[in-house]
Design a binder for this molecule. Sequence first.
Ligand code: KG4
Ligand code: ZN
Length: 350
Amino acid sequence: MDKSGKILTLGIESSCDETSASVVANGREVLSNIISSQIEIHKAFGGVVPEIASRKHVEVITDVIDSAVKEAGVSLHDIDRIGVTFGPGLIGALLVGVSAAKTMASVLSIPLVPVHHIEGHICANFIEHPELEPPFVCLVASGGHSHIVDCRDYGDFVIMGRTRDDAAGEAFDKISRALGLGYPGGPVIDRLAKSGDPEAIRFPEVHFSDSLDFSFSGVKTAVLNYINSEKAKGRDINKADVCASFQKAVVDILVENLMKANDITGYGKICIAGGVAANSCLRAAACDAADKAGAKFFRPSPVLCTDNGAMTACAAHYAAPVRSAGPDLNAYSNVSIENINGFFDKTHDD
Ligand code: KG4
Ligand code: ZN
């Protein structure tokens, strides 16, 4: 607790290629959010190399946590609880954060709160919107996930739709690689698309009439085929047009399903989250669609869309009354966000 009596949560996130730690007061006030990104290292390989990611997390995690506590202007003994991402993600990367969190919670004798990575992304919306409370629907689109989530309450999530193949961010990354634009693809495609024509090339959009699921492998293959056939004909590719047209196809379907979920639930409150939520076209399109539907629209700042410890701390703050783990906490590469509190009840009973 700090001097003014605010509850302090230290959040630790290491599920992919960012090592991050953050101190958050009373769930929504970010006192520090240190993010050490490995992007420059993985760029050379065109994507995240899991073994390198784990090693890099080990190298920097102590300093990252130390900096987060210092920047928050608090002492380690003021921290009330530790939240840590336990899954899903790269197993070796997750284990680094989980091990650090378990050790600290044990030495400081404070509760350890396991946080689901998608739950963390969703909770990033609480940080800058003090008025936001569940229930709402949230689109979570990142490098590993594309979900439409019914957020019924804090820690109570039901998946309404999910990708049947590639995640949205994964499609951005693959198209970027094919265009020779490097890793990660989202930010560079977002930038280049601004000078392109989204109507220049019509790429297929997959709509499932009876579900809110996504499929991005069709649009990805269509773009790759387009690039290859233009190259074979010896024509120059207008990369800006390809980026804008591809981006439009992905954003259209993301927003369409999000709005359908709003209609089904009748909440009138929609959020976006995850790395792809930093996309300027998605942010604008979701905002427009919400306006038209008379719904309230929330989104995190771009820095809180991609992986960060503040979202983990925020999620842990709200989960703490009903969820905790001991030194036996494990990391899981694949775990569902549904019934997450029950998952830990069960683990404790075993
Ligand atoms: O949430 P995140 O940091 O990590 C995962 O949980 O996967 O998301 C990273 C993903 C990458 O695929 C990246 O290309 C994408 O988010 N991304 C974007 C943008 N910024 C990051 N996609 C589209 N537009 C962006 N501006
Ligand atoms: Zn993420």
